[in-house]
Ligand binder design. Sequence first.
Ligand SMILES: [Fe+2]
Ligand SMILES: [Fe+2]
Length: 162
Amino acid sequence: MISEKMAKALNEQINKEIYSAYLYVGMAAYAASMALGGISNWFQLQAREELGHASKLMHYLNEQGKDLVLKAIAAPDQKFTSVAGLFDKTLEHEKEVTASIHNLVTLAKKEADYATEIFLQWFVTEQIEEEASVSDIIQKLEIGGKGGNAILVLDKALALRK
Ligand SMILES: [Fe+2]
Ligand SMILES: [Fe+2]
């Protein structure tokens, strides 16, 4: 059995994961409005992945006999000014999520909650992948000079994500 404090912290993380999905849905819509179907596809799949993260946490709470407590999901900022900016914002956001996961691990360690600590390892590893994949896109855009052609090449590449 995990502590009430840990259950509350995991519930807050569920909210953050669903917020992430919401943020990426907004970005997918922005890309679609710019006729960038490939980039839109990447963000839509990213959004779906975030809901998967939330589901993993919900399942764990249930396994530990704790209630799911759903709170309002904040509306993300939808004022995007450039396609490159979407990825900068995504990296910034994922760094915040990484910090949040690390805080959960710190709490688990403090509480000698070995089960949650082990459960969270998957998320620690996932965040490495999340940051790396977005950093890779940002680097490629920089190599391409962030101009129209670089965006179109990226759009083609991201259309392949399944
Ligand atoms: Fe996530
Ligand atoms: Fe991922």
